[in-house]
Design a protein around this ligand. Structure first.
Ligand code: ZN
Ligand code: ZN
Length: 860
């Protein structure tokens, strides 16, 4: 970089203004009922040690919106904190012998300086740090409240185990059979484990989506898939030889006449009896082998539970078909395992047909979903079809398409949709929907089944065998059993002295002073729980804590939370769609039901920011394509870095780093300063020419249009990139008209006004240099507190185009629209015209063809 930075000493300017902001506590806010509030939040960082470009992007997007809202008169809460508990700190302790606390707090100190160098307008007085006892005490408090209500419970169960991280993972953290943190294949372990009853809220987590209209559609779909609600029915298939029956769950009872075999999960409790007495030991062996196989690998979208595919592996549709493209496919996920099964040699009776069908055990059925047993209908389910083909089992068609065969792709094909029931005794001829309802009612009547709803969502496993986490506040007494730690004894602190060897088990187990406790009930000896909480608990409610970070009696003060919550705009990566964003919604509902808040949903508006890439892939250490923000700030300044990162792509799109871009941003700031200085220096030139009215009109028009456009781009669409382009255009106009206008006193006044507006418009993007210019201009106070400029709607009006509306090629109407109106808007406006609506009537619109600024042709 051989640039001459002498004319613009950004290092000095930026440091000086950061100090002014800090000294004046410019970004601190208080509850003020007289002002409209705006709570802006970016997902808080993990203190890994360094800020990366993804952070810079995330926080810069938020900062522009926060600064803009402040200028628009809102009381803006924009806090930051640290997601400071978790594994990397412990790994650092094992590897380098640094205490996790030292490592974490040092990293926070360093990253805080980095964030301050970016000039983000955070209210640092509200900083939250989850590794401090004054924070995690409230995790424990909330846990105890749930424990009292039976919503936190302990159970022996199969859990996901990451051998690399040596800890348990929640299902959400092991999706696709890989550890969410280190990508190791996840194993299964049976152990005692604490769970939170998130399933109690399954229905509400789903129905709450109605309040989340400002969330990206695909995030809602991922959550919906993860919650996985299925309406269906239970049906019991008798096995007379055992005097037992096998209960299956099916979403397609209408296909039961096509059930040609049953399939049980390898973990199914009846397997033992089914196999018992059988001479073939290989049956037992086969089952043991299938169980050992990772349950999560088996869950790769091809498992039948039924119809509960992994939402990450493919979209969830109750009648999934492989033809459906899936936008959520996780790149690099291991392929689904081959379907394997074994015939038990037993049969069960189909209660509808009275017919005996074989019972199989297979790896594509999971114990966790439904009942762990399914009826296989190979003619109408692709997984069963594949399995039946492989093992030569019967395929019997019982549903036919309602439309003609030509439209559905021909007879003899696997048909998974609803249709008309056939070959099904008295039910033949019914439509699937009606058959399902009537057949479930019949089953209930006869006592061998009933209609039911199931969810894919499981309770949240929160036990972690780690040191650097919030201790679960219970003790075990031989006499009294599990006892919650009394509230007045909270927090249960993480003991400082522990050994970090990296060997199996939690370091806490070996700290006698921690483990040895007193039973709060009988006063006898008790053993303290050594499991700590999943750190996702910390992030499930931290946004409430910012409202009153110093509150000592409760997790947060009700009045402050009532004022600030909900978060008006939440910005962060989409990788949290089903982890953090489901847990935080769950906790918000729990806190409401504990009477701490009245809120149903914490984040009515969620903006998922896109990835930062370089040379075609995500920035990552392993790829060696990481660009260090500090180096960029040293070379070009924080203002240039922010401006470039915001200019290069709209927030939700991928952003590709390139060094030329930041250099361009740097040059633009230089040009603005030069223009600005030129205008400021004008008073010394005392030209007394007459004002050029055309030039003045051009500048004035552009000025008002730019104010309007920039405000709308930020506020309505978050199109920060196009807002910056208009500011650039405005700067060019200003430079062009300057030489003409500076000749007259009136022209000079107009130029000064335009220069002032330019500084105001640019200030959310490049705040340091704008504070500097604002001051030299003689502006009052900080530009941060200056009001956003107004525009004159008449002057700001864009040029209009007259657009003709045709139906089937005939002109029917016309309307006015802004020049350059996007096609979607053209279509919507045309279809909304009363005359057009009347002419179209009920007829379906086949397509709409647009020619920009000219014609909309509606084809019926
Ligand atoms: Zn791992
Ligand atoms: Zn006791």
């Amino acid at each position: 970089m051989s640039m001459d930075h002498s004319e613009y000493d950004f290092i000095e300017i930026e440091e000086r203004w950061q100090k002014v902001w800090a000294d004046k506590r410019a970004f601190e806010v208080r509850e003020d009922p007289a002002k409209p509030k705006y709570y802006l939040l970016e997902m808080y960082p993990y203190p890994s040690g360094r800020i990366h470009m993804g952070h810079v992007r995330n926080y810069s997007i938020g900062d522009v919106i926060g600064r803009f809202k402040t200028m628009r008169g809102f009381n803006v809460l924009h806090p930051i904190g640290w997601d400071a508990l978790g594994m990397p700190a412990e790994n650092a302790a094992i590897k380098h012998g640094i205490h996790p606390q030292t490592w974490t707090l040092d990293n926070i100190d360093h990253m805080k300086v980095q964030l301050q160098r970016l000039g983000i307008a955070y209210d640092w007085s509200r900083e939250v740090n989850t590794c401090l006892p004054e924070y995690y005490k409230w995790n424990q408090w909330i846990f105890l409240k749930l424990f009292e209500r039976g919503m936190a419970y302990r159970k022996k169960s199969w859990v996901n185990w990451c051998p690399q991280c040596r800890t348990v993972l929640a299902n959400e953290q092991a999706a696709g059979g890989e550890c969410w943190r280190c990508a190791s294949p996840v194993e299964q372990k049976k152990m005692d484990h604490w769970f939170l009853k998130i399933t109690d809220y399954a229905e509400e987590l789903l129905s709450g989506h109605a309040q989340l209209r400002k969330w990206p559609e695909h995030v809602l779909l991922m959550q919906k898939n993860w919650i996985g609600k299925s309406r269906g029915a239970y049906v019991d298939f008798a096995v007379p030889e055992l005097g037992r029956s096998i209960r299956v769950f099916t979403t397609r009872i209408d296909t039961i006449y096509g059930a040609t075999f049953l399939v049980l999960s390898p973990e199914h409790p009846l397997n033992r009896d089914l196999i018992a007495g059988d001479k073939e030991a290989h049956l037992q062996e086969w089952v043991a082998g299938a169980i050992a196989e990772s349950r999560l690998r088996r869950d790769l979208g091809d498992v039948k539970g039924r119809a509960f595919g992994s939402p990450l592996a493919r979209g969830f549709y109750p009648r999934a078909s492989t033809a459906e493209a899936d936008p959520q496919t996780k790149p690099g996920a291991p392929a689904a395992v081959e379907k394997e099964g074994i015939d038990t040699g037993r049969t069960a009776i189909n209660p509808f047909t009275g017919e005996r069908i074989p019972i199989w055990i297979a790896n594509y059925v999971l114990m966790e979903y439904g009942t762990g047993a399914i009826m296989a209908v190979p003619a109408h389910d692709e997984r069963d079809f594949e399995f039946a083909k492989k093992y030569g089992l019967d395929i019997r068609e019982v549903i036919e398409p309602e439309q003609s065969v030509a439209e559905t792709g021909g007879a003899g094909q696997l048909f998974v949709d609803h249709g008309l029931v056939k070959n099904s005794g008295p039910w033949s001829g019914l439509r699937s929907e009606e058959a399902m309802e009537r057949m479930a009612a019949f089953a209930k009547d006869k006592g061998f089944g009933e209609a039911s709803t199931t969810f894919r969502l499981r309770d949240w496993g929160i036990s972690r065998q780690r040191y650097w986490g919030a201790p679960i506040p219970v003790v075990y007494c031989d006499k009294c059993g599990i006892q919650g730690v009394p509230y007045e004894d909270l927090p249960v602190r993480i003991p400082h002295d522990a050994e970090f060897t990296g060997e199996a088990g939690s370091p806490l187990e070996k700290v006698a002073a921690f483990v040895n406790a007193t039973c709060p009930k009988c006063g006898g000896k008790a053993r303290r729980e050594t499991d700590t909480m999943d750190t996702f608990i910390d992030s499930s409610w931290y946004f409430f804590r910012y409202a009153s970070p110093k509150e000592e009696r409760l997790p947060f003060a009700r009045a402050a939370a009532d004022y600030w919550m909900p978060v008006d705009l939440y910005i962060g990566g989409v990788e949290h769609a089903i982890l953090h964003l489901i847990y935080a919604r769950f906790f918000t509902k729990v806190l409401r039901d504990l009477g701490l808040s009245a809120l149903d949903e914490p984040f009515p508006h969620y903006l998922a920011q896109g990835m930062v890439t370089k040379d075609g892939s995500a920035m990552s250490k392993s790829r060696g394509n990481v660009v260090d923000p500090d180096e960029m700030i040293n070379a070009y300044g924080a203002d240039a870095l922010r401006l470039f990162i915001l200019f290069a792509a709209p927030p939700e799109k991928e952003f590709a780093w390139n060094e030329d871009g930041i250099e361009g941003a740097y040059r633009f700031i230089g040009r603005v300063r030069q223009t600005f200085e030129g205008i400021r220096g004008m008073s010394r030139t005392s030209g007394e020419a007459v004002l050029d009215p055309d030039s003045a009109a051009r500048l004035r028009k552009k000025m008002h249009q730019t104010i309007k456009k920039v405000g709308e781009d930020i506020e309505k669409r978050f199109h920060l990139n196009t807002a910056i382009s208009s500011i650039m255009e405005f700067t060019n106009t200003l430079r062009r008209e300057k030489d003409v206008l500076k000749g007259s006193a009136e022209g000079r006044a107009l130029l000064r006004e335009a220069a002032g507006d330019l500084v105001l418009l640019l200030s959310p993007f490049t705040p340091h240099v704008c504070e500097e210019m604002w001051k030299t201009l003689g502006g009052e106070g900080l530009v941060f507190h200056a009001p956003w400029p107004d525009f004159d709607p008449l002057l700001a009006r864009e040029e209009k185009a007259t657009i003709v509306v045709e139906i089937n090629g005939k002109i029917r109407d016309k309307f006015e629209a802004d020049l350059g109106v996007p096609e979607d808007e053209m279509k919507a406006q045309a279809l909304g015209l009363p005359r057009i609506r009347a002419l179209v009537g009920d007829r379906p619109v086949r397509k709409v063809v647009c020619i920009q600024n000219k014609i909309v042709n509606i084809v019926l």
